[in-house]
Design a protein around this ligand. Structure first.
Ligand SMILES: [Zn+2]
Length: 85
């Protein structure tokens, strides 16, 4: 493939099909394992709802009472079990 370099040539070459960035050197097992040592599941952060006290995720509507920032976002149906009534 013949490429004529003018301004913007690197961008042009990067967008050609079949050409992509390739790692210069092989990554060692040690380096790979060091990176993967941080891969783990964390427990979700839970805070207590200020209205009913049930645990809920931060910045989300309370699944128990349906309120967010002091407002009732999800109207509770009568007959649905709720702890705060
Ligand atoms: Zn609540």
């Amino acid at each position: 493939m013949t490429a004529r370099f003018k301004c913007g040539a690197p961008t042009l070459i990067a967008n050609l099909p079949g050409l992509m960035a390739v790692p210069k050197q092989r990554q060692s097992h040690s380096r790979t394992n060091k990176r993967r040592s941080q891969h783990k599941i964390e427990a979700p952060g839970l805070r207590h709802c200020p209205r009913c006290g049930a645990p809920r995720r931060p910045h989300r509507v309370c699944p128990n009472c349906g309120t967010y920032a002091g407002r009732e976002v999800i109207v509770q149906q009568p007959g649905v079990d709720s702890d705060d009534e």
